[in-house]
Design a binder for this molecule. Structure first.
Ligand SMILES: NC(=O)c1ccc[n+]([C@@H]2O[C@H](COP(=O)([O-])OP(=O)(O)OC[C@H]3O[C@@H](n4cnc5c(N)ncnc54)[C@H](O)[C@@H]3O)[C@@H](O)[C@H]2O)c1
Length: 260
């Protein structure tokens, strides 16, 4: 059964969306009728995404390359998106890096801050600029990207895990701050998704498969478009009473004990 969403007339801001899950989500929002303001790292990939969206949909699309670690650039990005579309109804804070995979004693302070600055501060800055805008306009929906590693630990990815646990803390708390303002804030917690980040984390596509497949009861790694469907659901009116949640999407790994 194919589920379809209708976001016609809605405007979405997608941050960290040039490749992987974010790219698939931008395309899915556009196919569902939302205008999309996209940002992330990689001007070439951003331009090719713009072209791909124009080839499948007649919605408005704009790309801006922004590093989420740069507070001023994030403020400017939000100002530009608000000016371009008048209002932003939906936001997807998705930027993330895998960082260095190593035992804690082999990580430097620079390794720590790279992960925390992109994966956690980037989400904080998105929320900081999205909440006042959505409050003023009377509502909205925000989805933040955490991870299965935001609800469990995994040897050699301690700081990545810490950053993703932090995303859920931000999500829960901000959801409570805006619960009476018609703004919903949720997180997604994907298990393994075949993207550049997964291959970076484990060194190669084969190494990623060898490590994670034994932990996935459904016996496969998910595709970015499956994760995009969850983002669209949480952003839609079908999820109108869901807020402050981190929804695990992992082929059964967590309940099989991956987190214990
Ligand atoms: N692939 C997985 O198995 C998996 C599992 C759980 C969670 N995630 C999370 O999903 C999100 C997307 O990752 P992906 O798997 O699609 O990998 P990806 O590498 O394809 O995408 C990462 C995205 O983050 C953006 N980004 C990276 N650093 C940035 C920065 N400094 N400023 C702005 N944007 C930046 C990139 O432009 C890219 O669009 C990440 O937050 C990641 O932690 C991935």
């Amino acid at each position: 059964m194919q589920v379809t969403y209708d976001f016609t007339g809605k405007n979405a801001l997608l941050i960290g969306c040039t490749t992987g899950i974010g790219r698939a989500t931008a395309i899915a929002f556009a196919k569902a009728g939302a205008n999309v303001f996209i940002s992330g790292i990689g001007a070439g990939e951003g331009r090719s995404l713009q072209e791909e969206i124009r080839s499948v949909s007649r919605v408005e699309v704009e790309f801006r390359e922004v590093d989420v670690r740069d507070g001023q650039a994030m403020e400017d990005l939000h100002r530009r998106a608000f000016e371009r579309f008048g209002r932003i109804d939906l936001a997807f804070n998705n930027a993330g890096v895998s960082g260095k995979t190593a035992p804690v004693q082999d990580l430097t302070e620079a390794d720590f801050y790279q992960l925390i600055d992109v994966n956690l501060k980037g989400i904080f800055l998105g929320l900081k600029y999205q909440v006042p805008h959505m409050t003023a306009q009377g509502g909205g929906a925000i989805v933040n990207t955490s991870s299965l590693f935001g609800v469990m630990g995994f040897a050699t990815t301690a700081v990545y895990c810490a950053s993703k646990w932090g995303v859920i803390g931000l999500t829960n708390s901000v959801a409570l701050e805006v619960a009476r303002k018609n703004i919903r804030v949720n997180a997604i917690a994907p298990g393994s998704v075949m993207t550049p980040l997964l291959t970076d984390m484990f060194g190669s596509e084969q190494a990623a498969k060898d490590t994670v497949l034994p932990m996935i009861p459904m016996g496969r790694i998910s595709s970015p478009s499956e994760i995009a469907q969850l983002v669209l659901f949480l952003s839609s009116d079908a999820a109108s009473f869901i807020t402050g949640q981190a929804v695990i999407i992992d082929g059964g790994g967590f309940v099989a004990g991956a987190g214990q």
